[in-house]
Structures are given as structure tokens and as C-alpha cells.
Design a protein around this ligand. Structure first.
Ligand SMILES: [Zn+2]
Length: 73
């Protein structure tokens, strides 16, 4: 599922949720439990951990077998 970033309108806390499209509508601030949260567009552009972006950046320095997060080299 995609990751969505939110900012709380009440306390300003920023947080991320891994949820479905329908679930993001029910996002609640983990700090103050406010439902007044704004979805940040940055979530659409972030590469997920272990995704293509991370694999490409770490692949160059991986000497083979020593990279715990890489199973392909
Ligand atoms: Zn809050």
C-alpha cells in the first residue's frame, strides 16, 4: 500500500501512514488524536524504503553479500 504524509492542523505534528486510499480519509493525528489533518503531497514522490530509488543508490557501494538490505547482489 502507498505511504501518505499528513500534517496535523491542531498541533502541527507531521506523520506518515501506510494505508489504503479509503483509509487515508480517516487519518488521525497520533499526537493529539485530531482528525483535522492535511495530506501532504510529498507522499506521492517519496521512494519507499527498499524501493527502486534506495536500491539504485546503495547498489554502487555494495561489494556483494555485505549489504543486509540487498538480496540481489
Ligand atoms: Zn495533532
Amino acid at each position: 500500500m502507498p505511504t501518505y504524509d499528513f500534517k496535523c492542523n491542531q498541533c502541527g505534528h507531521r506523520f506518515s501512514l501506510v494505508t489504503s486510499i479509503s483509509g487515508r480519509k480517516n487519518a488521525v493525528c497520533p499526537e493529539c488524536a485530531s482528525r483535522e489533518v492535511t495530506q501532504l503531497l510529498t507522499g506521492f514522490f517519496y521512494a519507499r524504503p527498499g524501493g527502486d530509488g534506495a536500491a539504485a543508490s546503495s547498489g554502487g557501494s555494495c561489494s556483494g553479500g555485505s549489504c543486509s538490505s540487498c538480496s540481489g547482489c
